[in-house]
Design a protein around this ligand. Structure first.
Ligand SMILES: Nc1ncnc2c1ncn2[C@@H]1O[C@H](COP(=O)(O)OP(=O)(O)OP(=O)(O)O)[C@@H](O)[C@H]1O
Ligand SMILES: [Mg+2]
Length: 241
C-alpha cells in the first residue's frame, strides 16, 4: 500500500436504485491526500451514478460517505463543495450567456466568504487558463470549457476532486496537459483526486490505483498493471466493447 496516511474521503456499503433498478451495489472505497484513484468500467457500469452520490446529488439507498472522518452522507452538494469537495461533470456545461470574467465573478460571489480577483487568478494559473476575460463562454472550445470549470473549482482550494471523464472530447496533447495538471494538484498540492474514465489507457500514466466497476459492482481493485489482465476485468471490460 503506497498511501499510509489516513484516508480523507471514504464510502462503504453504497447501493442505489434508479428507475426501480439497482444500479449500484455494495460500493466501498478510500481516497488519500496526494492520491489519484481511477475508476474504470464500461458504459453503464454505474461510474457517474457513484459520483452523484459522492458529490451529494443523489442520496444512496444504503451505505455511508465520510470526509475528514465525519459522516457526510446526508450533506447536500452545496455543503460538500463548501467543505472542499469539488466535482466536475462528464459534459463541460458553462453558462452560455456569460463571459469568462462574468463567470469568475459569479463563482467568486457564489457564497461567503466572497473570493478576490487574486483567488480567481490563482485558480486560472493552476490550469494555465489564459483566455481573455471578455470572451463569451459560448465561443469556448471543449478544452477551454474544461479549464474554465476547473479554474472555478480550484479558486476555493478543494481537498478532494471528483472528476467525471475529464479527458472526454479532448485531443491527445490536451489530455497530456490535463494529466500534468492533475499530477501537480495531487503530488505537489496533496489533493485527493478521483477520476472516472471509461478508456483504460487514459489512466495508465496518472492513476496510483484503480477500481474496476461493472454492472453496478466493484469487480477488481489495485494497481493498473496488476488488475488489467485478470479474467474478470477482461470479461467485463474488454469483451463488452
Ligand atoms: N436517472 C436514471 N434513471 C434510471 N436509470 C438510470 C438513470 N441514470 C442512470 N441510469 C442507469 O444506471 C446505470 C448506470 O449509469 P451511469 O451513468 O452511472 O453509468 P456510467 O458508468 O457513468 O456510464 P458511461 O461510461 O456511459 O458514462 C445505467 O444502466 C443507466 O442506464
Ligand atoms: Mg458516466
Amino acid at each position: 500500500m503506497k498511501f499510509k496516511s489516513t484516508p480523507i474521503f471514504t464510502c462503504e456499503g453504497l447501493s442505489l436504485d434508479l428507475g426501480g433498478r439497482e444500479v449500484l451495489r455494495d460500493i466501498g472505497l478510500e481516497l488519500h491526500p496526494g492520491e489519484v484513484l481511477g475508476i474504470i468500467g464500461p458504459n453503464g457500469a454505474g461510474k457517474t451514478s457513484l459520483l452523484e452520490i459522492l458529490s451529494g446529488r443523489y442520496r444512496p439507498k444504503t451505505g455511508k460517505v465520510t470526509f475528514e472522518g465525519q459522516d457526510i452522507t446526508s450533506l447536500p452538494l452545496f455543503e460538500r463543495a463548501r467543505r472542499g469537495i469539488g466535482r466536475t461533470y462528464q459534459t463541460p456545461l458553462v453558462p452560455e450567456d456569460l463571459t469568462v470574467g462574468e463567470t469568475f465573478k459569479a463563482v467568486r460571489q457564489a457564497f461567503r466568504p466572497w473570493l478576490t480577483r487574486f483567488d480567481a487568478e490563482y485558480g486560472a494559473n493552476l490550469v494555465h487558463f489564459r483566455t481573455p476575460h471578455d470572451k463569451p463562454n459560448s465561443g469556448l472550445k471543449t478544452f477551454e470549457r474544461r479549464k474554465l470549470l476547473l479554474s472555478c473549482l480550484l479558486m476555493r482550494q478543494p481537498k478532494v476532486l471528483l472528476m467525471d471523464e475529464p479527458a472526454a472530447g479532448l485531443i491527445n496533447a490536451e489530455i497530456d496537459e490535463i494529466d500534468q495538471i492533475l499530477r501537480m494538484l495531487s503530488k505537489e498540492m496533496n489533493m485527493a483526486v478521483l477520476i472516472v474514465e471509461h478508456r483504460i489507457e487514459l489512466l495508465e500514466s496518472i492513476a496510483d490505483r484503480v477500481i474496476v466497476m461493472d454492472a453496478g459492482e466493484i469487480i477488481a481493485r489495485g494497481e493498473l498493471e496488476e488488475i488489467i489482465d485478470s479474467p474478470a476485468v477482461r470479461a467485463a471490460y474488454f469483451e463488452a466493447h
